[in-house]
Design a protein around this ligand. Sequence first.
Ligand code: UT7
Length: 310
Amino acid sequence: MRGARITGWGIAMPPEVVTNFDLEDKMDTTDQWIRERTGIGARHVGGMTSDLAAEAGRQAMKKADATPDSIDMVLLATTSPDQTCPGTAPTVQDELGLDCGALDIQAACSGWVYGLITAHAFIQMGMNKVLVIGAESLSRITDYTDRGTGILFGDGAGATVVEACEGPGELLGWDMGSDGAYSHILYADPGDTLKMDGKEVFRQAVKAMIRSTNAALDMAGLTPDDIDHVIPHQANIRIVESAWKKLGFTLEQTTMVLERTGNTSSASIPLALNDALAHGRIKKGDKVLLLGFGAGMTWASAIVDWQAET
Ligand code: UT7
């Protein structure tokens, strides 16, 4: 039996930090309002998506002991590609000196989980190592005169190497979904900034998280009590709290990096995963739920039986 598991991980954050107090000078908002309504305290901004992605990818490959010639595919989840065309994944492939296919995934904040699940499928088809990256330079498409969106977003990247292994591998259950009828509640037209109906995104996000988690749990034959650790998309702490009330998860079993990163869309889950691993919050044998939702609407969940030494 041939499965797959995550064997390496890494991140990249641009050095410039914008605090809520910095935003008070740019728009009609306060640090207190942003913290209370979102849980965000600061965000990193700057850099190009490809550079952040390549740096995170380099670290993940080093951790996995993966040489450039061993990578069979780059999957880059991003909502803020360097250019409309070509894709950004080939630039990352070139920056890392890889000799493989390279594909952008545009599934907004669910993109990295879509990539993780897709990597598992490619490994079933015979590939050995897939580099899965979530990277964003959302500050390039954020309107800092709009307090409804300008307070939320940040830049950064997180990457993982997913590698073939003997046995069933780590993926116990998964779910991917979308509902394009909600494309108008969060979007950016070509050359323009992000526009959002925040209240509606909030409502739909909570529903999507509950529905997707239940679908992945059903596939895995598990209940919420079986999950040791949860890494949700980092958009708003109140969204997570609302969904957890229904699902029965606690904030103690949840990794949040939102306070320092803001919403980094497709980078947010791998950034939080790296943080959980760096602080020893995930151990070999833990069942970990990775849960994304975002524009589209899209949503995706993966339940993994964590197998790497941390
Ligand atoms: O990856 C997915 C991306 N997007 C999301 O996850 C966004 C989901 N939505 C949200 O996170 C929240 O809806 C927001 C944080 C965007 C807004 O929070 P809210 O609790 O839904 O606020 P609201 O829009 O209902 O506004 C409440 C009040 C309003 O004032 P009045 O009408 O009560 O006088 C707003 O004008 O707060 C005001 N307000 C602000 N005040 C200070 C709205 N934005 C701000 C702000 N600073 N930045």
